[in-house]
Write a protein that binds this ligand. Structure first.
Ligand code: AMP
Length: 181
């Protein structure tokens, strides 16, 4: 990605200081999604490495990963799988627990969403500690999927999530980085 596109995408993301709590710089991608050119550039850049990779489905993490993941799936001519917080999906689910800053939570996917051996790309808006994405990748792998890669608009490298995913054997693509939390 060239430097001017990098700058354009970074500028399209709004930062809300101290949200949802003091010390967090919330990287709000709704401004990027609302900008037709930035949204299209984002999807084009995110899919670039996998346009000829025979991706069968894209998995998006609730909720901003749904918006991006739908567009990415369309672009890759792939299906879409929602990964949701527990209790939201109507059919039989498989579940994985993951740690949050305070306590643990669980995420779910429909048990029949994945066929073993399928090639899947995981999508969310941002990677921080990597706990959410690693749990989603675990859910997909437990169901027999091959997680080809995980992609995100924003990386917070100081929180180590992209390194953690790479160490788990998952290639990571991010478009812009911000310092801090
Ligand atoms: P983590 O599991 O720590 O990688 O956190 C990633 C999830 O939390 C993603 O779904 C993000 O949308 C959200 N998130 C974490 N930190 C931020 C932040 N600074 N700004 C916006 N979203 C965040």
């Amino acid at each position: 990605m060239n430097a001017s596109i990098y700058d354009e995408l970074k500028r399209a993301i709004r930062t809300i200081p101290d949200y949802p709590k003091p010390g967090i710089q919330f990287r709000d991608i709704t401004t990027l999604l609302g900008d037709a050119r930035a949204f299209r550039l984002t999807v084009d850049e995110l899919v670039r490495p996998w346009t000829d990779a025979a991706v069968s489905r894209v998995a998006g993490i609730e909720a901003r990963g749904f918006i991006l993941g739908g567009a990415v799936a369309h672009q890759l001519r792939a299906g879409f799988i929602p990964i949701r917080k527990k209790g939201k999906l109507p059919h039989t689910t498989v579940r994985v627990a993951y740690s949050l800053e305070y306590g643990i939570d669980e995420m779910e996917m429909h048990r029949d969403a994945v066929t073993p051996g399928e090639r899947i790309v995981l999508v969310d808006d941002l990677i921080a500690t990597g706990g959410t994405a690693e749990a989603a990748a675990q859910l997909l792998r437990n169901a027999g999927a091959e997680v080809l890669a995980a992609c995100f608009i924003v990386d917070l490298p100081e929180l180590g999530g992209s390194r953690r995913l790479r160490e788990a054997g998952i290639p990571v693509r991010t478009l812009v980085s911000f310092e801090g939390h």
